[in-house]
Design a protein around this ligand. Sequence first.
Ligand code: NAD
Ligand code: TDX
Length: 332
Amino acid sequence: MRRILVTGGAGFIGSNFVHHVLAHTDDHVTVLDKLTYAGNLASLEGLPVDRLDFVHGDIADAVLVDDLFSRVDAVVHYAAESHNDNSLHDPRPFVDTNIVGTYTLLEAARKHDRRLHHISTDEVYGDLELDDPARFTEQTPYNPSSPYSSTKAGSDLLVRAWVRSFGLRATISNCSNNYGPYQHIEKFIPRQITSVIRGIRPKLYGAGENVRDWIHADDHSSAVLTILDHGVVGETYLIGADGERSNKDVVELILGLMGRPADEYEHVTDRAGHDMRYAIDSTKLRTELDWAPSFGNFEEGLASTIAWYRDHEAWWAASKDGVEAFYASKGQ
Ligand code: NAD
Ligand code: TDX
């Protein structure tokens, strides 16, 4: 039985990965999570207790991390401060967790010679114009825009340096925008779904023309497991599911699926430095590691995500007023 340490496993994508691993392998999982505002133990409820341990702690705690690394075979590193809007408000936790935290994990992986997979984002590549036929590839130069994406870029570069300088057995993946169950309602899709449930109009930043390349979190998880099992050490893999949509299209789709008029939304103050378009070319992962997404249809994936938020109001209800008050204070 392989023992995997999953950092950030009480967050959105990390918890989806824990569910995925426990359903599809015999592996044992230890979750290390600080339970910031974004972590939620309820996201791990119902999983087999004999194959899952939870450790409450900080990835920047070198003593704790050293002990945990001595007891596992592999590490999948999701823990991060993940929200662009928060990084514009207070960048400091992004530096502490995304950079110093990742450094702390790399030093422990080096000491204990552990296989490590680092989770990153397509935002490290900056953005594309709407009319540019290009998509990001593993060769695209780094050009991050926000405090969030610059700290993720910094963490990627640390991983690359530890591979080259110390022979660390690490891989990196850069994924596009995820949607699905357990996503914090500060993020675009669950914010709008929970607003419609509460009778609040969805809020589009600026004109709403910005394009994101959507992938279901379960497809992200299957890709990460594929890379952990078959990826070549030192390599970077881009993960995406050809899901480009403008924000305006997504809001109109949500309203339609929830039985509301398609124009029942508001335009609000745009995000500072707002990236225009992200688009992933995942050819390398598909051809070299034979991975393919299962959620081929975005409308169906969105409909099941809407159903999940309707059915799990207890999971998100307590945070809704605070999230909306934070946005309202910024005119968003
Ligand atoms: P999230 O904010 O939902 O979850 C982050 C988790 O990390 C939370 O459980 C939080 O408590 C934990 N955490 C934060 N700081 C910590 C620390 N110092 N020590 C231990 N735990 C800590 O984020 P997410 O959307 O699930 O993103 C997970 C990872 O995937 C991040 O690395 C992010 O950059 C990356 N990513 C996200 C997306 C996306 O669309 N959300 C896309 C590509 C990549
Ligand atoms: O209310 C909103 N209205 C709106 O128009 C919110 C919250 C967002 N938006 C826009 C901003 C973006 O163009 O929707 C788009 C998506 O916004 P977010 O959900 O904040 O995601 P994004 O900034 O694209 O970053 C996400 O994908 C890459 C994740 O939060 C990152 O962690 C990941 O790295």
